[in-house]
Design a protein around this ligand. Sequence first.
Ligand SMILES: NC(=O)c1ccc[n+]([C@@H]2O[C@H](COP(=O)([O-])OP(=O)(O)OC[C@H]3O[C@@H](n4cnc5c(N)ncnc54)[C@H](O)[C@@H]3O)[C@@H](O)[C@H]2O)c1
Length: 320
Amino acid sequence: MLNKVVVAGGGVLGTQIGLMCAYTGHDVTFWLRSESSIGRTQPKIDRYSALMLEDLAKAKALIGNPMGAFVYPRGMIKNWEGITAEAIDDLLAQGKKNLAEKVHIELDMAKALEDADIVIESMSEDPQAKIAVYEAMRDKLADKTILVTNSSTLLPSTFAEHTGRPAKYCALHFANTIWKNNTAEVMGHPGTDPAVYDQVVAFAADINMVPLQLHKEQPGYILNSMLVPFLSAAQALWANEVADPETIDLTWKLATSAPAGPFQILDIVGLETAYNINQMKPDAGEEGSLTNRIGKLLKEKIDKGETGVNAGKGFYDYRK
Ligand SMILES: NC(=O)c1ccc[n+]([C@@H]2O[C@H](COP(=O)([O-])OP(=O)(O)OC[C@H]3O[C@@H](n4cnc5c(N)ncnc54)[C@H](O)[C@@H]3O)[C@@H](O)[C@H]2O)c1
């Protein structure tokens, strides 16, 4: 079992991943690069720990509700079937204890990495910074240590040689709010040792994720390979004035029984992220192109502060 976990990067996702590992009983060390990083990460640790436990406590009210099985925090409760309020109280007590006792922060890279079973790199999406950190880690890692990246857009083959341990390196990709949306996409590169890949799959299950195995490298993994084109198609209908966002969402929800439509999903993802993805398309700067018009419409909303659920308003108003 991979027990000693190091998370490199204490941002939104790194913090959530580390806490999920601690909640499930693993020993977790966040390696951060400076004192000022601690000042930014500690409040996230506190905030996400509280949110995780809050969602777990709220799940008691879902027992017996037929919708409970769809909306309970899947990362916090491994088996929903037959769950009782007493069992949730036990999870709350153990979870609170684990989150308080099993999380450490270390600035010294060598100390952080010592004897690690698995290192999860979740730093900003900056290839040069990732390469520099992998190269700095190379001679500090124990032979047994497995290294994974949570990168959303960069392929593990880009970095494999820089890690100095290509056979023990692959991608393990999580989704935001992992204690509820517990996907773990596992993606090797051609040089990943299949036995290491299997260990990463087992580790993902061990931290209450559902491991989703990719058989080859794919930019965007499984989820974003479907989600990005889906959201783009919805934005095209909007920008071409075919229908308004509410009607587009309603069509999707009525016809597929999905709980949310594409514009509700965009509000959760955040309009800045949607804008950044749109602007990466080659024709984004081409005046009058569909991509250019979508970019302008999104920018108008961003400039008004309507960036999604977190801001209280996006395509929908959440302040009521
Ligand atoms: N945000 C998401 O929804 C999401 C979902 C899945 C995967 N990811 C991936 O997770 C990774 C992190 O994303 P995030 O949203 O948590 O970003 P973030 O901006 O919230 O956090 C990035 C962290 O990296 C640290 N960092 C940056 N450069 C560093 C360096 N040179 N040395 C050490 N630390 C450094 C920052 O201090 C910060 O703690 C990215 O690879 C991203 O693609 C993000």
